[in-house]
Design a protein around this ligand. Structure first.
Ligand code: FAD
Length: 341
């Protein structure tokens, strides 16, 4: 089911335009490493066919720019714009979006691409408002430089969006694009952004954060995910059943909304329409019915294994391997067998 939408031309850019380049936001983690979803965003940017200028912000920007140059092979990447200004740390949208808007007023840029990460999602609407442009979120395919596919209705339909605005603001669903090829791009020049101080934009201050620390692979980027549903009764049982399997598979842990709402785990583990969208190599759903809102977050996983005691459970319709049985017996047995391998 495909729907077509047209986004009208905005009146903002009336000068003669020399649109040619794509500005791509590359996020870094707190320790200055490149965030993996940004490498998928770079692939999407390369598919647009234009030269790419990456933009990296915050106190690690210059280091990250060098990491980018020496770790990705992307011939379209011609320039890396950096600002080491500490004011850009934490990517507060009130500071970052005005900078992007400032850069995008340059006629050189026809597209802005970022990952549909938490940072991407918080920045893009503000950027759209600043430039009076409609962003196109969470795209899964680039059909041509102005036509994109994106899921709607919790992934039950794919909309084809054709955008006639002079500049396209796009966020990409990372799981729909491969990370850019590894290698090096020696030809890309690193350039300091000459711009207004972020402090002059809006008076907003980063107060602090409380981070949950875990040795386990992060749900959003894990290649294997083990998810538990309401069947796992309570927090203690949830952990008792899931953790040994996640350990043996070196998997991230996910949960349904029912599991989160019942307090089995933190809501950062929720997978689905109102949680995280994941597409790991292996997704094991345990005691999960397979409601459409949950499927919206995991149905693109490469291999889906479902363990459920109800043969009619909808999750079996999307599963590659269906294990009908009691999770309390099946999962410990599975762990035992995997340990023997
Ligand atoms: P249930 O539907 O209750 O399923 C439990 C399953 O466990 C059943 O299939 C049962 O057969 C099986 N089971 C029971 N005992 C055992 C056993 N011993 N061994 C094996 N199997 C067993 N849900 C999400 O997950 N993510 C979302 O992002 C999300 N967003 C939503 C947004 C909206 C607007 C709405 C309205 C709903 C949303 N939901 C979301 C909720 C969703 O509709 C379902 O209610 C939820 O996914 C059900 O979770 P569950 O599969 O754990 O529970």
């Amino acid at each position: 089911r495909a729907l077509r939408f047209q986004i009208p031309t905005a009146k903002l850019f009336t000068k003669s335009q020399r649109f040619a380049s794509t500005l791509t936001f590359i996020e870094t983690s707190k320790d200055g490493n490149l965030v993996s979803s940004s490498l998928n965003a770079l692939t999407a940017a390369a598919q647009l066919g234009n030269p790419i200028h990456a933009v990296i912000l915050g106190s690690h920007a210059s280091t990250a720019a060098n990491i980018l140059k020496s770790s990705v092979q992307c011939e379209k990447l011609t320039k890396i714009l950096v600002s080491d200004n500490i004011g850009f740390d934490h990517y507060l949208p009130e500071k970052v979006a005005p900078l992007f808007a400032h850069l995008l007023k340059n006629d050189e840029y026809s597209h802005f691409v970022s990952a549909s990460s938490t940072v991407g999602k918080t920045n893009l609407p503000r950027l759209g408002a600043l430039l009076d442009l409609q962003p196109i979120n969470d795209i899964i395919k680039i059909l041509d430089s102005r036509t994109f596919s994106r899921p709607i209705y919790a992934g039950n339909a794919i909309a084809t969006v054709q955008c006639s605005q002079p500049k396209k603001l796009i966020s990409i669903r990372a799981s729909a694009f491969e990370p850019i090829t590894q290698g090096s791009t020696d030809s890309a020049v690193i350039e300091e952004i000459q711009q207004i101080e972020p402090e002059t934009f809006i008076d907003v201050k980063w107060e602090g954060e409380t981070l949950m620390k875990s040795e386990r692979p992060e749900l959003g980027s894990a290649s294997r995910v083990v998810t538990g549903g309401r069947a796992l009764k309570d927090k203690e049982t949830f952990e008792k059943i899931l953790v040994p399997l996640a350990d043996v598979l070196n998997a991230g842990i996910g949960a349904t909304r029912a599991a989160v709402d019942n307090g089995f785990c933190d809501n950062s583990l929720q997978v689905g329409q109102t949680g995280k969208v994941v597409a790991p190599d292996l997704y094991v759903a345990i005691g999960v019915s397979g409601a459409i809102q949950h499927l919206a977050g995991m149905k693109d996983s490469k291999v889906i294994v479902a363990i459920n005691n109800d043969p009619e459970a909808p999750v079996f319709k999307v599963a590659d391997y269906s294990l009908e049985g009691d999770a309390y017996e099946v999962v410990p047995e599975l762990v035992r067998r995997l340990k023997e391998m």
